[in-house]
Ligand binder design. Structure first.
Ligand SMILES: C/C(=C\CNc1ncnc2c1ncn2[C@@H]1O[C@H](COP(=O)(O)O)[C@@H](O)[C@H]1O)CO
Length: 258
């Protein structure tokens, strides 16, 4: 496919694979994650997976090296599809600002919607704004409020960074991606894979039904315990969320965890 000169004047659609930027005809139909995880690519297991392991390792090195000097941080999750004037984006911007004012860096997936609003809030309040992007067939690149950005090929490497460098998780309204991030965090805390840290759901109207269902079904049937229910805080109040993070952080660092 060739571009007209008009098309070339516009920023081209691009795909990021770690340090590599691909544009136009160089954008492949599949992502690195798809090739690694999809059993239809089993023909490549013998020839390619050992090399992929080195690429995966290099993503860990890049992430660890770039993020090691971050101040205490909070990972903020939420919909890639919310409009900038939506209530959740307004809440995310206020949250990003309040976290920055409390001295926390804000880490998001670096995408549009709620992620962008949280990055914007943090940047405008003079805080550090981090975006951990992921190669997706429909990605839009890192939002322009990200000050430190890393583009990952592999979802699981990126997820390690969200957990390792955060003192807390805050989850705003979102879809499957957001639910995945919420339940991964809660499971890690529940199974003591990470130090107990706050997992906060923001948006009582949005999340209330899910929390009720967890109580009425999972708790009632013994699939989770009352203690597990306490792993999640539900609020609409930005100040309350930040206060909860600050206090949990103090309690944990008092135990010699920092
Ligand atoms: C859907 C569109 C762009 C997608 N771009 C994304 N960039 C970065 N991170 C993303 C993206 N999409 C999902 N994520 C991650 O999942 C969470 C949001 O997913 P949801 O399904 O929208 O809830 C988010 O926290 C990211 O970490 C074009 O609009």
């Amino acid at each position: 496919m060739t571009d007209s000169s008009d098309d070339r004047a516009r920023p081209p659609h691009e795909r990021h694979r770690g340090a590599v930027t691909l544009r136009r005809d160089s954008i492949p139909p599949s992502t690195a994650d798809e090739k690694l995880l999809d059993s239809h690519h089993r023909g490549e297991w013998k020839t390619k997976d050992a090399w992929r392991a080195l690429r995966i390792l290099s993503e860990f090195v890049e992430g660890f090296d770039t993020l090691a000097d971050l101040p205490p941080a909070v990972s903020v999750f939420g919909s890639a599809r919310s409009g900038p004037d939506s209530p959740e984006c307004e809440m995310a911007a206020a949250l990003g600002a309040a976290l920055a004012e409390a001295g926390y860096a804000v880490i998001t997936g670096g995408g549009p919607g709620v992620m962008e609003a949280a990055n914007r809030g943090a940047t405008e309040a003079g805080g550090m704004s981090v975006g951990l992007g992921i190669e997706l067939p429909f990605e839009q690149g890192l939002n322009s409020w990200v000050d430190i950005g890393i583009d990952f090929r592999y979802f699981f490497v990126r997820k390690t960074m969200f957990v390792k460098y955060a003192q807390a998780f805050v989850v705003l309204p979102g879809g499957f991606g957001t639910l995945d991030e919420l339940f991964e965090a809660v499971t890690l805390v529940q199974t003591h894979k990470v130090t107990r840290f706050p997992v906060i759901l923001m948006g009582t109207e949005y999340w209330g039904g899910l929390v009720d269902w967890i109580k009425q079904r999972l708790l009632a049937e013994g699939k989770v315990s009352q203690d597990d229910m306490e792993l999640i805080m539900l609020t609409d109040d930005v100040e309350e969320a930040v206060q909860y993070i600050v206090e949990a952080d103090k309690a944990l660092s008092g135990n010699g965890n920092r």
